[in-house]
Design a protein around this ligand. Sequence first.
Ligand code: ARG
Ligand code: ZN
Length: 875
Amino acid sequence: HVFRLEDYRPSDYLILETSLVFRLSPEATRVTATLTIERRDGVAASAPLVLDGDGLTLVRIAIDGRELQPAEFLATPDQLTISQPPSAPRFQLLIETEIAPAGNETLMGLYRSSSVYCTQCEAEGFRRITYFLDRPDILSVYTVRIEAKLDEAPLLLSNGNPAGSGDLADGWHYAVWHDPFPKPSYLFALVAGALGKVADSFVTMSGRTVELGIFVEPGKERLAGYAMDALKRSMRWDEEAFGREYDLEVFNIVAVSDFNMGAMENKGLNIFNDKYVLADEETATDADFANIEAIIAHEYFHNWTGNRITCRDWFQLCLKEGLTVFRDHEFSADQRSRAVKRIAEVRTLRAHQFPEDQGPLAHPVRPRRYREINNFYTATVYEKGSEVVRMIRTILGTDAFRAGMDLYFERHDGEAATIEDFLKVFEDVSGRDLSQFALWYHQAGTPNLTVSSTHSPAAREFTLEIEQSVPPTPAESRKRLMHIPLAFGLVGADGRPVAYSGVDGATVEDGVIHIRKRRQVVRFSGVAERPAVSLNRGFSAPITLSVEQKADDQFFLAGHDSDSFSRWQAFNTLLTDALIAAFRQILGGGEPVYIARLTELAGRVAADEALEPAYRALALALPGEADIARDIGKGIDPDAIFSAREALALAIAKANEQAFSSLYDRLADKGPFSPDAASAGRRSLRNILLDYLTLLPEGTELAARHFRSATNMTDRAAALTVLAHRHRGSPETAKALADFEAKYGSDALVMDKWFQIRAGVPGPQTVETVRALTKHAGFSMANPNRVRSLVGTFSSANQTGFHRRDGEGYRFFAETVLEVEKRNPQVAARLATALRSWRSLEPVRQAKAREALLTIASAENLSADLRDIVERTLA
Ligand code: ARG
Ligand code: ZN
């Protein structure tokens, strides 16, 4: 079945109130739902009531206290139809269902994870609990009573505020929760089990005290301190940056070890993958700390962007996700370094969203059709969705943007809204017409700008010729012209901005050229000297650029652009150019370029004390193998890319050995560990220097020493990565891997790092290692974190291993995807996207990759999730 945006229509019935009683038991949980149903105004009394289900067993059904006769309803596992509901406009429907959480390996609906009952309802998991109008525009007020055996589940949580608890007969007890805010069913949550609690409180801007709780596996309370701190900072930040105050008496977070995604924003009861809650220096890296901070913030921010204002239908997913990602990006930028954060965001966007947008799975930020909504929790909806919100702010300016957000909260609070509603508030506060801009939501594909420049000293005129194009994407061969806000700077020989007296050919405001036509010639008058032009500053638009630029200008910008993002970009572009030239040379054509100048520039950047260490680390990180492949575009031979990249790294290391080595020594951590951004930045610079230095003679000893002397997981994991990836087969590596396993064998989240490192070892032998590791005692096909660490890393981050020329990597991949699918279709479908760029491979690998996709496609009883991904990938 295909769902289409244009088919939206409001439901005939509303569910004003939802009362749920759960009697929890692993194999047979009874759920009694009492729904206050109202026929919508103007709907005929004869309209049937059709509720969604998914694998349900009906036990009992009654309306207004009267049991229904078999002829009065039709219940299948996937639907409940009452063909003649009462003629009264309002009635009470009671539904009792029985479910088996213990056997639920899909991790959707109600399931058990390490003896804890928990739920995941977004997008369509609530229908696995009871029959319901399981769609986001049905807002209902929930009261939830949970009954469980006291010894099995001393803790009983749901959404909203506590509303009573007590003991029952036979060692059972109960708790009642009431959520006064009407909400869609996807935000329902329940947790029950034996968990440890970290308690704190927060006083809101209006002076209300909110009780905060983070619940974790007993004994791990110590590891939740950083998450709690991040939560309190998030709550304060949303008040200051957006005027948003928390609205319930309690806010709870629960960490579970089996979770399909990162986390979930259920009203007042966020549920998290434990890897985004638990951290200390011994077990978590700096990247883990940063992720925890960002995801705690993201889920908290959903309370307003997602929960108070939700989505009319799932086509509007970006309304809450793109906006909330934008908010968490801004939060992290304020908590850490804005410049560094922006570069990291763009690297993520390019690594995940660009290939999606440029391949068979491309879709608009607001899709118009889907077969399986779970497959649309994508980088396009989230990350590009965030970039679209950022562009609105760029176009309107900070103040008008904030006014628009204020109006959005005021106008749509308590509603299920659309992208049109969202755009309208910005039009209303600014008086601007955003209809061309709206194409960013509706049109898939990464726009490209081709730019060339000329300078006429005689006319004192500098000219930019800019041409836009949007490449075709599946189901959209013809594209309309977009409104692209292109931030720019004209940079003089002294590094200062070059003044101009006038401009024509485009609207230029606040350092932004507004591109709206296919071709625009922008003339700057009064420009005496030829400037270097810095384009798409701050990554003002999520586009690709083809700039005809002199290498000298590019090197100049890499050393002098006052916009730190563009300065990083200039260096990165030069590195990419050099890597692509080296790739071509390996395949038998072309000449190497820039090597000496780049090694020299790398040395200068590393030593530049005026730059933050974290920034220097990002600048020194060579484009990844997948980044290079994406920029090459077609005929990809991952082995040649790998060799090209290693050679450039070695050249940089050799040319800077002394300087890198003494800087490495100076950067050693002194004093106690702190996860703050500046300390993390120093560690990241030191670890990238380690990466270079271990390419040189005695690199193995250096890495082994780094490993042995590490006092935190960031350094330990960095050293183990270098050992395993560069010094495979050395006794030091074998010892370090064994020591790590011995020390952390019982800590699943830490072992995930060990699986990741081993799955990432370059070279043809890794497929065998990974296959063997699926039998490791610490591995489980049923746990999403384990699967992603081992199989996910291998297939999406190990270019030379996965793309082994004989296709063995793909064969392993097809087998494993099908194996995971038996338990968890959602995780399998996500895993399967690793082959989305198969058409850009060279012909031999391309044919083998296609075979693997066909193997998956022809498997029996394929789930809707996996079928959708594989069929679109092959189309
Ligand atoms: N809303 C959650 C978040 O962005 C993600 C939930 C995804 N769920 C799913 N079934 N795909 O934090
Ligand atoms: Zn989200």
